[in-house]
Design a protein around this ligand. Structure first.
Ligand SMILES: Cc1cc2nc3c(=O)[nH]c(=O)nc-3n(C[C@H](O)[C@H](O)[C@H](O)COP(=O)(O)O)c2cc1C
Length: 332
């Protein structure tokens, strides 16, 4: 009996140890997950804010089943823009959205050019200079409620960047049609995303948009020659832009290692260091407070700041003939 009792006690103790071990593992996992999540969140919050004009950017979207909303939220996170949703006065039920039924509300609306479903509330776009405008593709077009919105908004002086989500169709003429219906605005070529568009894909597109369409740009001159730069969208570049926004910055660079020129920024920028193999034309942040421009290659933990769009020969000619000075300023 005693023996049985002690076996039971040992078994219980063993089980308790096992359970507590498991719990620790689970906790560890949970911690890992949440730290991953928060790392990602932080990454989004800290890394991917806009370069300039962040207060002037708005993301407006309509989304019936949440896909476009997801992309819109990512764009707003990356750009730091405000986010506004076009909400229909009468919500779409799943029966309304049944595109297999020629009598469903959505199908009938799309078949009626003049249909203008009402919005629950008007959306003000006053004060915004750049608007990302998102919608799902319905029968190859923008849902008619998008026409309601664009016809009731004044886009004068606004750069409109359309985007859409769809099962498979491209954006087609849907963005052009909205541009035709809208009052003013500089409408640029829109972009279609799939339902599983990654933050990286969206970020890459926003970088393109920033470089093509934002009014202000950070200008880099090497020995007084302006060079064409594609800047990254991250908080290091934002901080650099802010640093030079009040006053043009002149940095005396030094040739180093036969592949780069390096100079002190005189200030610490937020770091997003990653093991990086650089190439000619790359601009990186080293050690948080030095800017490095490459005419060759190196592998180190850097934060990418941008890339100069010149050939290897042009970069070599610019940087390999002795120390240079660079100027950074924001264009007006
Ligand atoms: C009425 C209707 C029509 C649609 N027509 C198309 C289409 O022509 N081509 C396509 O690729 N997807 C089409 N879709 C799929 C949606 O574009 C796709 O699911 C979209 O990502 C949904 O976005 P949302 O969740 O933001 O509403 C249609 C969906 C609905 C409800």
């Amino acid at each position: 009996m005693r023996k049985t009792l002690s076996i039971i006690i040992v078994f219980c103790l063993f089980t308790m140890v096992l359970v507590s071990c498991r719990k620790t593992n689970t906790n560890n996992n949970t911690n890992n997950t949440s730290s991953l999540v928060s790392e990602n969140n932080t990454k989004l919050e800290e890394t991917d804010k806009p370069i300039y004009n962040k207060n002037d950017i708005l993301v407006v979207f309509f989304s019936a089943t949440g896909t476009t909303k997801g992309v819109a939220q990512k764009i707003a996170d990356i750009t730091g823009a405000d986010l506004k949703e076009i909400v229909p006065e009468i919500a779409y039920t799943s029966a309304d959205l049944n595109y297999g039924n020629s009598e469903s509300r959505a199908t009938k609306e799309q078949n009626t050019q003049s249909a203008r479903p009402k919005m629950k509330e008007n959306i003000s776009i006053e004060g915004y200079k750049t608007i990302y405008l998102g919608y799902p593709i319905w029968w190859g077009q923008a849902p008619r409620i998008m026409s309601t919105f664009v016809e009731n908004s004044d886009f004068t002086g606004v750069t409109v960047i359309p985007f859409c989500t769809s099962g498979s169709s491209d954006i087609g003429q849907s963005d052009d049609k909205l541009a035709e219906q809208a009052n003013g605005g500089e409408w640029v070529q829109g972009k279609r995303f799939s339902s599983n568009a990654s933050v990286e894909q969206i970020q890459e597109w926003i970088n393109e948009m920033n470089n093509q369409y934002t009014k202000k740009q950070m200008i880099l001159k090497i020995n007084n020659t302006e060079v064409p730069v594609t800047w990254e969208s991250n908080n290091s570049v934002n901080a650099l832009a802010e640093l030079v926004s009040s006053k043009e910055m002149v940095i005396n660079m030094s040739m180093y290692g036969g592949f780069e020129q390096v100079g002190s920024l005189g200030a610490d920028l937020p770091r997003n260091d990653k093991q990086t193999t650089t190439n000619y034309g790359d601009i990186v942040l080293y050690s948080g407070n030095q800017i490095v421009i490459f005419y060759g290659s190196n592998s180190w933990s850097y934060t990418r700041l941008g890339h100069i769009n010149l050939s290897e020969q042009e970069m070599t000619d610019l940087l390999s003939n002795g120390n240079v000075s660079i100027n950074l300023k924001i264009s007006q």
